[in-house]
Ligand binder design. Sequence first.
Ligand code: GDP
Length: 298
Amino acid sequence: GERLKAGLSRTRQQFGGGLASLFGRRKIDEDLLEELESTLLMADCGVEATQHLIDELRKRWKRDRLETADQLQEALAESLTDILLPLEQPLEVSGHSPFIIMIAGVNGSGKTTSIGKLAKHFQAQGKSVLLAAGDTFRAAAREQLQTWGERNGVTVIAQDSGDSAAVIFDAVNAAKARGIDIVLADTAGRLPTQLHLMEEIAKVKRVIGKADAGAPHEVLLVLDANIGQNALAQVKAFDASIGVTGLVLTKLDGTAKGGVVAAIARQSPKPLRFIGVGEGIDDLQPFRTREFVDAVFA
Ligand code: GDP
């Protein structure tokens, strides 16, 4: 809870701070709702979610005769919770062994860092983990993963040459042979506009299915919260090519754009499996709506 609160401080300033300055001044009226609308848009909630939240608030203001700032803030927190709850679907890894997780995203979104954090997360649950260094475009990514694996006693399957599909294919077979519980497969970063790379990652996914029928069991898209509304386009593009089953939203700590979770919930809903709230190994948390909303309004 505390870590999350600290991590979301900038979003809180934008959201909660914006609200406090609005509510502190005067009674609730249409002007205030209009300013609140701007505040929500600036926190990157997106037009759709913002409109929905304001409509809900207006309804409740009239129906429940809200008068004080506290009451309005409480009503807003409740509406936000309603919007976000469908995103709260923790990743269940017990159904298959090995459970194969493919990780995609643009360069710099936090894929490699999140893989390290996820490995630690699953190890803490007593699961064995194997990493596939599938980002074959950047030697540094492979090295970063290998170093991390050595330091933490986690096997990393990598190749000096060979494409992403080949490395991950090998890794899945190694995991099967060794009775590993979870495979985390890194892929090279790419932009949705790089169509040939979007085709390539679709191929990587097909090859994983050849190594193990029904795999990958989870296709995680890693998104940097700083990109705000662009997250929506990334979800749609990656979903079209590889069928995204879950999201990791990183760097919520450095940004005031935490409202993007509301935009995702309304406009491109996918289970939000984890949120990143810092660079440390423990700074990846399963997304829990109520904790998140509490942290935003704390
Ligand atoms: P990749 O290119 O997608 O593999 O991205 P990296 O994993 O190398 O991460 C890029 C940068 O973002 C690194 O400096 C990470 O430490 C940083 N980073 C990743 N996740 C988070 C997070 O949740 N919070 C913060 N503050 N930094 C993060």
